[in-house]
Design a protein around this ligand. Structure first.
Ligand code: PMP
Length: 282
C-alpha cells in the first residue's frame, strides 16, 4: 500500500506527489524541515518542533507556507490518513519554485510537503546494544542551528562510519565535539554529571536535548552545558545521543575505544526510560 503524501494543499498517493524541478529546495537546498516522532498515533513534543520550524523560517527570511495552526492540522491529518501508530512524520518547507537565480525570488510561493515513515521507535535494538561512533571533522556550514535540508555532509559522514564498521559519527571542531551527524552528543562523568554542548549556532537546538535536560534537572541530576573533547568522552563513564527518532540511545565506543565497560550504561538507559514514560505528556 502506498503512503499518502501531502504536497501543497493535496493529499496524494506517493507516486503522484511531485514538486517542480525549479523548486529551490532541489536547486539550492533552500529548504528547512522538521521530524517529529509518533507514538500511539500521537506526535511527540510537536509544539517545540513547530516553534523551531518557525525560527528556521524566520532566520532564512522564508515565508510561512500557511499559518502554523494549519501546518499542525495537516500534520495530524497526514498521520491519520496513513494510520501510523508508531514512526516519524517528516515536514519540509522550501522557498518554492522560481527561475534559477541565487537571489531570493520576490514572488515564489513556499512549498509544504509532509510524509510519514512507519517504524518501531520505542523498542529499538540499537538502544539495547549501544552505538559505535567514529569522529570526523565538522565541515558543515556555521548556521547549524537552522534545520536546513543541507544534509550531504552528514550523509557522507554516515557513509564513512558504515565503511569503517561503525554506526554513526560525532563531529569535531577546534578539538571539541559539536554534535552527532543527526543527533546531539552527551557524556556522563564519573560523578554522574551530564555534559552536553551549550546552544549556539554551532549545533542544532535539539528538541529531545531540551526535554532530556528538563527531565534531568527535575530529578536533581547535575548538568553542565559545555563543549567536551573526544578524549574526555572516551574516558567518560557513559556516552549517549539524543534525537526525535533515537530518543536517548547509548554510545558504547568512540573511535574504537570502549566507553566505560563498553556496554549501555545505567544513566543512558534510565534517561531513555524516563523519556518514553514522559513522552505521552510532551
Ligand atoms: N543535531 C542534528 C544535526 C540533527 O540533525 C538532529 C536531528 N534532527 C539533532 C541534533 C537532534 O534534534 P531533535 O532532538 O530535535 O531531533
Amino acid at each position: 500500500m502506498s503512503r499518502i503524501v501531502y504536497v501543497n494543499g493535496e493529499y496524494l498517493p506517493e507516486e503522484e506527489a511531485k514538486l517542480s524541478v525549479f523548486d529551490r529546495g532541489f536547486l539550492f537546498a533552500d529548504a528547512v524541515y522538521e521530524v517529529s516522532s509518533i507514538i500511539d498515533g500521537r506526535l511527540i513534543d510537536n509544539q517545540q518542533h513547530l516553534l523551531r520550524l518557525k525560527r528556521s523560517l524566520d532566520e532564512l527570511n522564508m515565508a510561512e507556507p500557511c499559518p502554523m495552526e494549519e501546518i499542525e492540522r495537516i500534520q495530524h491529518e497526514v498521520v491519520k490518513r496513513n494510520a501510523v501508530s508508531e514512526g516519524m512524520l517528516y515536514l519540509q518547507v522550501t522557498r518554492g519554485a522560481a527561475d534559477r537565480d541565487f537571489n531570493f525570488p520576490a514572488d515564489a510561493r513556499p512549498s509544504l510537503v509532509m510524509f510519514t515513515q512507519a517504524k518501531k521507535v520505542a523498542e529499538n535494538p540499537a538502544a539495547e546494544r549501544g552505538l559505535s561512533v567514529i569522529t570526523l571533522p565538522d565541515l558543515r556550514w556555521h548556521r547549524r542551528d537552522i534545520k536546513t535540508v543541507q544534509l550531504l555532509y552528514p550523509s557522507m559522514c554516515k557513509e564513512e562510519a558504515r565503511a569503517r564498521g561503525a554506526d554513526d559519527a560525532w563531529l569535531v571542531e577546534d578539538g571539541q565535539v559539536t554534535e552527532g551527524t543527526s543527533n546531539n552528543a552527551w557524556i556522563v562523568l564519573h560523578d554522574g554529571t551530564l555534559v552536553t554542548r551549550q546552544l549556539s549556532t554551532d549545533i542544532l537546538h535539539g528538541i529531545t536535548r531540551r526535554a532530556v535536560l528538563r527531565f534531568a534537572r527535575e530529578r536533581q541530576i547535575r548538568v553542565e552545558e559545555r563543549p567536551f573533547t573526544v578524549e574526555e568522552a572516551q574516558g567518560a563513564r557513559e556516552a549517549f545521543i539524543t534525537s526525535a527518532s533515537a530518543f536517548v540511545t547509548p554510545v558504547v565506543s568512540i573511535d574504537g575505544k570502549p566507553v566505560g565497560d563498553g556496554r549501555p550504561g545505567d544513566t543512558a538507559r534510565g534517561l531513555r526510560g524516563i523519556y518514553l514514560e514522559e513522552a505521552g505528556k510532551l
